[in-house]
Design a protein around this ligand. Structure first.
Ligand code: FEO
Length: 385
């Protein structure tokens, strides 16, 4: 347990063995599920529960906790609510406090005594004795049920998933360095980016609340909120960087050769590039790149007339995550045929970026194909200027 502020402690349960989050994004060092204990002079509250697979470590950390009056569920997803039945069994006098939407989701997901669940809203206030629990509704970061809890006396804000990171650092507060930003940015891309406008709105809300400490339920806490707030303001802004993300897959070396040539021509025109091998590379690097990129260029081989399945997975994921890039292009090489550009364009139907060019070679790219790649680089540079 770590001390966050007077009477507030962090129960940080690391799940280092976890290899994927949502069975989707590789985790370099696992993740943590954070719960917080708020002690008043009369009552004690637990903010967010934990994940059933790490129950033994959770209960080991809160072993000395004899009394629990309230359990706050800021969010109903299982990594923060899965242990509620067991916690409520061990603390039979504890009431569960949550908002109406979250209440429904939790009761759908697990068996709880409904008479012990109290519904809260922004007018609710729970006095623990020298510490008060107040609530701010913040739906759609990234589920419809999310909210924040605030203790005004210590100005500590509990944001659950929002502003979190997949990190198992053995530290109460996140260091203000590149590795913290990288972990937070990858997490933002995977979990928050589809709701970018909501995130921007809630960053403003957090600034209005003006906490001294921000306590998410993944990763470490922030004792200098400015560090993470500024990062989110940049990530959620409409403006993009002069950056092109180039995910690629190449069965016979032609598509990667085209991608490398395009990358070189973009660099000559002042556009940075991040090339990511979608089969053997780091998906996290791609996710970080598309937080800022102004354009995405899909460079793919063709399998049985369709985009390579590894590329289809990337295009599908990108469409779900809705990065702010307005432009995309498709390059690659055919075997015997296929509608590479149309298939990829169709897969981006929800996020609707604009197709600003394509270069598809028949087998080995020709001098004419390379000339068209130079022209594509020029188009991209002009759009991102
Ligand atoms: Fe960490 Fe949406 O759960």
């Amino acid at each position: 347990m770590f001390q966050i502020a007077d009477g507030i402690s962090l129960c940080k349960v690391n799940h280092s063995e976890r290899k994927y989050f949502d069975e989707l994004v590789p985790l370099k060092t696992g993740t943590s599920y954070n719960s917080y204990i708020v002690r008043g002079t009369e009552k004690t509250a637990l903010i967010d529960a934990s994940y059933p697979q790490t129950a033994s470590e959770f209960f080991r950390q809160i072993e000395g906790l004899e009394r629990l009056d309230y359990i706050v569920a800021n969010h109903g997803e299982q990594d923060h609510s899965g242990l509620l039945p067991e916690i409520m069994r061990r603390y039979p006098n504890a009431k569960l406090l949550t908002n109406a939407k979250c209440r429904g989701l939790i009761l759908d997901a697990m068996s709880l005594d409904e008479s012990r669940v109290e519904t809260v809203d922004e007018s609710s206030s729970y006095d623990l004795g020298g510490k008060t629990l107040k609530f701010y509704m913040a739906p759609w970061v990234h589920w419809p049920d999310t909210m924040f809890t605030f203790v005004p006396e210590t100005r500590v804000l509990f944001t659950c998933d929002f502003l979190g990171a997949h990190s198992t650092l053995d530290a109460c507060f996140a260091p203000e360095d590149e590795s913290t930003l990288a972990a937070a940015k990858t997490y933002y891309a995977e979990i928050m980016m589809p709701y970018r406008a909501h995130c921007a709105k809630y960053i403003k809300l957090v600034r209005e609340i003006d906490p001294l400490v921000i306590c998410p339920s993944h990763g470490s806490a922030y004792d200098n909120p400015e560090f993470i707030l500024r990062a989110y303001e940049a990530w959620t802004a409409d403006s993009c960087k002069k950056l092109a993300a180039i995910p690629y897959v190449s069965m016979y070396g032609n598509s990667v050769k085209m991608a490398e040539y395009l990358s070189e021509k973009l660099s000559e025109r002042g556009v940075s590039t991040v090339m990511v091998d979608v089969v053997n590379g780091d998906l996290g690097e791609y996710l970080k790149a598309i937080v800022d990129a102004g354009a995405i260029v899909y460079a793919s081989s063709v399998v049985l007339a369709f985009p390579h399945p590894a590329m289809a997975n990337i295009v599908y994921l990108t469409n779900l995550l809705k990065p702010k890039a307005k432009y995309f292009a498709v390059i690659g090489s055919l075997g015997w045929g296929g509608m590479l550009v149309k298939r990829i364009t169709d897969m981006l139907a929800t996020s609707k970026p604009e197709l600003i060019g394509d270069v598809v070679a028949k087998g080995k790219p020709t001098a004419e194909d390379f000339a068209r790649l130079s022209a594509l680089a020029q188009t991209i540079a002009e759009r991102l200027a």
